[in-house]
Design a protein around this ligand. Structure first.
Ligand SMILES: [Zn+2]
Ligand SMILES: [Zn+2]
Length: 292
């Protein structure tokens, strides 16, 4: 069996010079760090493809990956999907450690949602979920966000019963969730009912969202948006205008998300009126809403 000439153990994959030996990408990277350009035994320069393998290994080390994946997250949040996609293409998926691989698939799912590739996003989120469940300790926030991402792309594809399945799983985690994550779960439940055309349950779900966002940690702009949506929903049901004008009113509220400065002013006034709660408390248990 071939032994890596650097660390003297087997398992190398990189043929780097004129010798028959296979090096570990990690070991070659160390040689490159020390400015070695050629093999000391056969005096042949390291091949370009071997140097590429060592560069990929370097890219996949923890601190670098952390920065690269954070970059993808922020690019996606800012709606810059081309930047996010180009960075994801650069990442060496085959040599990522497990935790980064999970993060990678999750971010890939989010970018695919952004570019309208729902089926691919579904596959990415499913992969994230499978990898999360393989781990010894599952972070409930990560699991809930993945379930919600999955439920959301299933709603986009009108696969409602599958979506309900993942939403229920996310709801089971509610008690362990931070308010901002619980809000995302309940918001997706609301969207599920909206798309199903069940406006009464949509408003119920929004009421639960409204209860959740009273927690102190939630951004005042988000709080104001939820309250606006809730009022619009309630008014529409009260006036029995749940069809066309309901949809129009909601579109208006959604559009107002873009005018953050206006919303911010409203939020400042509103947060003085809303009695903030330090701890997350949900009056209506979300499960009751979806199971009724
Ligand atoms: Zn080695
Ligand atoms: Zn050699």
């Amino acid at each position: 069996m071939s032994v890596c000439p650097v660390c003297l153990s087997p398992g190398g994959t990189v043929s780097a010079c004129g010798c028959n030996a296979l090096l570990h990408a990690e070991c070659l990277a160390k040689l490159v760090d020390h400015k070695y350009k050629r093999c000391k035994v056969c005096l042949v320069n390291y091949t370009d493809s071997a140097l590429l393998a060592s560069a990929r290994y370097r890219l996949a080390t923890e601190p670098t990956l952390h920065h690269l994946l954070a970059f993808v997250t922020h690019a996606t949040n800012a709606g810059q999907h081309e930047l996010a996609q180009s960075m994801l293409r650069v990442l060496p998926i085959d040599s990522l450690p497990a935790s980064s691989k999970i993060h990678y698939h999750y971010e890939r799912g989010r970018v695919q949602v952004l570019v309208g590739r729902q089926a691919e996003a579904e596959a990415s989120f499913l992969q994230t979920l499978a990898m999360l469940q393989k781990g010894a300790r599952v972070n409930p926030q990560h699991k809930a966000l993945t379930l919600v991402g999955l439920a959301s792309v299933l709603i986009d594809q009108r696969k409602f019963s599958m979506s309900a399945h993942y939403l229920c799983a996310a709801i089971q985690l509610t008690e362990q969730l931070r308010a901002c994550v619980a809000e995302r779960v309940m918001r997706t439940v609301a969207r599920y009912f909206l798309e199903l055309g069940n406006s009464h349950r949509y408003v119920m779900a929004l009421r639960a969202v409204n209860d959740i966002v009273r927690a102190e940690e939630v951004d005042p702009v988000r709080r104001a948006t939820v309250l606006l949506e809730l009022r619009v929903g309630e008014a529409a049901i009260g006036e029995c205008t749940v069809d066309a004008s309901f949809g129009n009113a909601l579109r208006l509220v959604r559009a107002s998300h873009r005018h953050v400065d206006i919303l911010q002013k409203g939020a400042n006034v509103m947060s003085q009126r809303i009695k903030l709660e330090r701890r997350l408390r949900i009056k209506t248990h979300p499960e009751e809403i979806i199971r009724m």
